[in-house]
Design a protein around this ligand. Structure first.
Ligand code: HAM
Length: 417
């Protein structure tokens, strides 16, 4: 038997045949919730190519993600990469056509992304990532709008303030910290990388890495502990408080973000028990559009990405995923084969009216058909009946309430409502 590649997933409809496969129903539930919430906030959907020129990522994403690229040379001798993130593609798209859109631009996407990572809990070589981004606004009101959206997506998935928290930080705060202690700007990204790993790395390792850059771990720790909000962070907190969303966020300078292009407010969403890796991450990247457009377009930008892997693991562990089934409105039973043609007509009518309907493709015993209807967890069984005078009628049984009724063929769609 052919195996799938490590770090890639098969998605099956529920009930799942094996614990190693993923639920396509659960994935669809996420996609639906992501789309619905983004629309509530006035975001429009976009998409881009899954394969891009390699250079798009070597430009400014940072060494970490470049080291994880799925890249190769194509048959036209082009250096290409499967997209590891959406932000560079989006920056390219915005740079090309921002003039056609009123500002602020609020867009979302649901791309599948590819990173050649070491497979571990919450990390695979392919994932789907909900991306929301906003262009053309410098004010922290935009940061707050985006963070509110992030909070509301998680709330729409039934997670509460006890379950998750958004840790807010600022690249600018860290840039100031850096500039006060080191004059060599070229070392800044290396310093940010050490801060990004502080919670995961060994204390001795961090201390040594910092010392090499001329920093002291205790000094860094004291700065994090003070967690003094910058002016922009204070504005974000005030804005979220006005919405009644203050309890979902906290200032936490442990967050700095691994990607190189961030410039201002940054944030990450975590489960409160810290059992899982980050659910989502994002922030401001005010220079990326300018960089990718070769200086032609200059637009402030911010956004976040939320992966499906950690999120599904979390929802599953908290028992927050709904029960999924075929979600059919009706199963049309054909117990009298002389009524097959009329039954097919009925199936067609019901489907044309928007109902989800199934039936047995070939003649089958009545109890077998009923068993199938039950397996599919349909809401109704429907059967055609011929009265003594030859007229056709439809017998509808609601399997939830056990209620039965007979209606005219033309009333059958309404009887399934
Ligand atoms: P990121 O922090 O690299 O940010 O990824 C965002 C989220 O995607 C993570 O918090 C995690 O849930 C998920 N994720 C990332 N890598 C993997 C993986 N290998 N397996 C499973 N899930 C993963 C970005 O990608 C930024 N481009 C987000 C952004 C958008 N910033 C501004 N706009």
């Amino acid at each position: 038997m052919m195996e799938r590649l490590p770090g890639f997933r098969d998605f099956y409809p529920e009930p799942l045949p094996h614990k190693d496969v993923w639920s396509c129903d659960a994935r669809q539930y996420l996609f639906d919730t992501w789309r619905a919430t983004a629309r509530r906030y006035g975001f429009r959907e976009y998409d881009g190519p899954p394969l891009e020129p390699l250079e798009l990522y070597t430009l400014k994403s940072g060494d970490e993600i470049v080291g994880q690229l799925y890249n190769f040379t194509d048959k036209g001798e082009r250096a290409v990469a499967l997209r590891p993130e959406m932000t560079p593609t989006l920056a390219r798209m915005i740079a090309a056509h921002e003039r056609n859109y009123k500002k602020p631009i609020k867009w979302f996407a649901l791309p599948q992304l590819f990173r050649y990572e070491r497979q571990q809990k919450g990390r695979l070589r392919e994932h789907f990532q909900f991306n929301c981004d906003l262009f053309g606004e410098n004010d922290p009101a935009a940061d707050a709008e985006l963070i509110a959206l992030l909070i509301d997506v998680l709330r729409a998935l039934k997670l509460t303030a006890e379950e998750f928290v958004i840790r807010l930080s600022s690249r600018r705060a860290w840039a100031d910290f850096f500039a006060k202690r080191c004059a060599d700007e070229s070392k800044a990204y290396e310093f940010y990388q050490v801060i990004d790993k502080l919670e995961r790395d060994d204390e001795a390792v961090s201390r040594e890495k910092l010392a090499k850059l001329g920093f002291n771990l205790d000094d860094v720790r004291a700065f994090i502990a003070a967690s003094e909000p910058t002016a922009e962070l204070a504005a974000v907190l005030g804005n979220l408080a006005a919405r009644g969303l203050r309890e979902f966020v906290k200032i936490d300078y442990n967050v700095i973000r691994g990607l190189a292009y961030y410039t201002g407010v940054v944030f990450e969403a975590f489960d409160r028990k810290s059992e899982f890796r980050a659910i989502a991450g994002g922030g401001r990247y005010d220079n990326l559009v300018k960089l990718i457009s070769g200086g032609k377009v200059d637009l402030p930008a911010l956004g976040f990405g939320m992966g499906d892997v950690v999120l599904l693991e979390l929802l599953k562990s908290r028992g927050l995923l709904p029960k999924f089934d075929a979600a059919l409105d009706a199963f049309v039973m054909i117990e009298d084969e002389t009524l097959r043609a009329d039954s097919l007509r009925l199936v067609q009518t019901l489907r044309e009216s928007g109902r989800a309907v199934d039936y047995a493709l070939l003649p089958a015993k009545s109890d077998k058909q009923f068993k199938r209807a039950q397996e599919l967890n349909v809401r109704h069984t429907v059967r055609l009946e011929r009265a003594a005078d030859g007229a056709l009628a439809v017998r509808v049984k609601n399997l939830r309430t056990r209620e039965e009724k007979t209606v005219a063929v033309s009333d059958a769609p309404a009887a399934l409502a």
